[in-house]
Design a protein around this ligand. Structure first.
Ligand code: AMP
Ligand code: MG
Length: 308
């Protein structure tokens, strides 16, 4: 990868973002294999390129901010970004740092934890779909309906506690959920949604270090949960269900970005690049003014240019 020049044009930044993010974009699941994902990977960057990646992230902020402004003004598309990965994969940090340049008024962020009673009394996509962003906005989900084919699949006892009619809980349930997800994502796409699904992949060893830091560092203690350690015992099982979900639900209109995330700075850059790539592909223009609005602006200019 070429060195980031200090004054790259927006076009160059977009081009670079497309090139980087497309390497991790999965839109046809058949060819996807989890064991081909290397959590340690930083693509062409060297491990001492962290500063350069951070400069690129800074430059990306202004481009993404401009794209978000156009998205908002055009009010045609809604953008939904979902984030998944094992505990300590860095979802919070990625969300914060990749989108830091965007006007907070244009973004909605929702986190999904263990479902409430009310949520369990609805279909499995209900709580996620009711917070889909309005046209012109970016909606971020920290976890979402894919947990229903991740954690629930790793722990079938959770499924048993859900309030589904028993006759509907069969061996086909995961295939049915995949089919339902594909159908709903197609429907959303046809309604003007752009969907980005991120899976942050870390190695088990990197997770060990991060969880240990949560235990050792008083400022990070609050992030530690006993559940993290219990889930860690299922690390391999999670990789399997992640793989199966990506293989079954990747599509050109709702692609997965499977992001190597052992290096936080790299994951953040890939995620920001994906947003830049997907938004720029919409070719968003600021709305054209109609003649009446033009006349209104001309009159306002005249009025305001009088000094009084
Ligand atoms: P965290 O993201 O670390 O705050 O933890 C949220 C927890 O909620 C994780 O342990 C998830 O596995 C769990 N969770 C999220 N969605 C679901 C779901 N649909 N069913 C059961 N557990 C869930
Ligand atoms: Mg956690």
């Amino acid at each position: 990868m070429s060195r980031a020049e200090p004054f790259m044009t927006s076009e160059q930044i977009v081009k670079q973002a497309r090139k980087l993010s497309f390497k991790f974009r999965v839109e046809h699941g058949d060819a996807f294999h989890m064991d081909e994902v290397h959590p340690e990977s930083t693509d062409g960057f060297k491990s001492d390129d962290k500063d350069r990646a951070e400069d690129m992230l800074q430059e990306g902020h202004s481009v993404l901010s401009d794209l978000q402004g156009r998205l908002y003004a055009a009010k045609r598309w809604g953008v939904s970004g979902q984030f998944y990965g094992p505990d300590s994969a860095g979802k919070d940090g990625v969300i914060t740092h990749s989108l830091a340049g965007v006007n907070p008024q244009g973004i909605d962020v929702n986190s999904f934890v263990v479902p409430t009673e009310e949520e369990l009394e609805h279909d499995f996509m209900w709580r996620s779909l009711r917070v889909m962003p309005r046209r012109g906005r970016i909606g971020i989900s920290n976890r979402g309906y894919y947990e229903e084919v991740f954690v629930v699949r790793v722990h079938p006892e959770i499924l048993r506690k859900q309030k589904l009619p028993p006759s509907l809980v069969t061996d086909h349930i995961w295939d049915e959920r995949f089919r339902d997800i594909r159908t709903v994502e197609k429907y959303l796409h046809r309604n003007g949604y752009v969907m980005l699904k991120f899976l942050l992949v870390i190695s088990k060893e990197e997770q060990r270090k991060r969880l240990l830091a949560r235990v050792d560092n008083p400022d990070r203690n609050w992030k530690f949960s006993g559940a993290d350690l219990r889930e860690r015992a299922f690390f391999k099982e999670y990789l399997k269900v992640y793989e199966d979900a990506v293989r079954n639900t990747a599509s050109p209109w709702a692609p997965w970005y499977v992001v190597p995330a052992n290096h936080k700075w790299f994951a953040r850059l890939v995620v920001q690049s994906a947003f830049i790539a997907e938004l720029s592909a919409l070719n968003l223009e600021y709305p054209k003014l109609d003649p009446e609005k033009e006349r209104e602006l001309a009159a306002a200019r005249l009025e305001l240019s009088k000094k009084r």
